[in-house]
Design a protein around this ligand. Structure first.
Ligand code: PHE
Ligand code: CO
Length: 268
């Protein structure tokens, strides 16, 4: 058995209880309402095209049929935390590692670790988008390289501020694509409408310099203009960026620089 195979398992879809399916439905319908005018179109389209998700915890075998047809990605079940090298290798091969457990009823609003609602509802709709799907594969390859170059911290910030907490500018206003936001009711509203957080135009090095917090809503969000912009900005070899970052130094999550282009919040 290879290292990779040891890390994956079966979802055992038949073993979910009706109470667990009900938790999924509650979360799903709540987020569907919150996200209608807050999530970006590719996310909402992806969710619709997956066609799985409203009835209860989705069966990965059915999700994988739709995903494979759209972008040749697939979901693999993992037991929670996997090592960085395994995580990046999955992405590099267009496999998205997902947990299988669902939060308990008293954890509807907040949970420290990712569960199946975050991993599937949050991440998989964007993997239906061809440009974003390619970005995620490139990120996995970049992760393996960052490991070799001992620069994981910088690259992890890019994942955090794009894949997990990214915003995108559209003619209708700022919209959400980050998985950590779309799977949270409170942060879906906060990130767009609250006066406190900074909404800063995306800049690759700026993002990689910026520390993040894992225990509260973000103090800064980075806003891309398009998924093509994100893909193009991350194509060049990061080796010179890593060298530059060593001298640039880190920024705190709430810092604002004179060179930052700040965007207006959406009106509620
Ligand atoms: N171009 C990056 C590198 O050379 C790889 C990468 C692509 C990283 C896309 C993140 C996202 O390391
Ligand atoms: Co996530």
């Amino acid at each position: 058995m290879t290292d990779l195979e040891q890390e994956t398992l079966e979802q055992n879809w038949d073993s979910y209880t009706s109470e667990q399916h009900a938790i999924w439905r509650t979360l799903f319908h709540r987020q569907e309402a919150v996200l209608a005018r807050r999530a970006c179109k590719p996310f909402l389209d992806g969710l619709k095209d997956l066609g799985v998700a409203a009835d209860g915890i989705p069966d990965f075998r059915r999700l994988n049929d739709a995903l494979d047809r759209a972008t040749r990605w697939r979901i693999v079940a993992v037991p929670g935390l996997v090592d960085d090298d395994v995580f990046f290798a999955h992405l590099a091969h267009r496999r998205f590692p997902s947990t299988c457990f669902i939060r308990r009823p008293e954890q509807l609003d907040y949970l420290q670790e990712p569960d199946i609602f975050h991993d599937i509802f949050g991440h998989v709709p964007m993997l239906m988008n061809p440009v974003f799907a390619d970005y995620m594969e490139a990120y996995g390859k970049g992760g393996l390289k960052a490991l070799r170059l001992h620069n994981l911290e910088h690259l992890a910030r890019l994942y955090w501020y794009t894949v997990e907490f990214g915003l995108i500018a559209t003619p209708e206003g700022i919209r959400i694509y980050g998985s950590g936001i779309v799977s949270s009711k409170g942060e879906s509203i906060y990130c767009l409408e609250h006066p406190k957080p900074h909404r800063i135009a995306f800049d690759l090095l700026r993002v990689m310099r910026t520390r993040y917090r894992i225990d509260d809503y973000q103090e800064s969000y980075f806003v891309i203009d398009s998924f093509e912009q994100l893909f193009d900005a991350t194509q060049p070899d990061f080796t010179p960026h890593y060298a530059a970052l060593a001298t640039l130094g880190d920024l705190n999550p709430g810092d604002v620089l004179p060179s930052d282009r700040l965007l207006e919040r959406n009106s509620a």
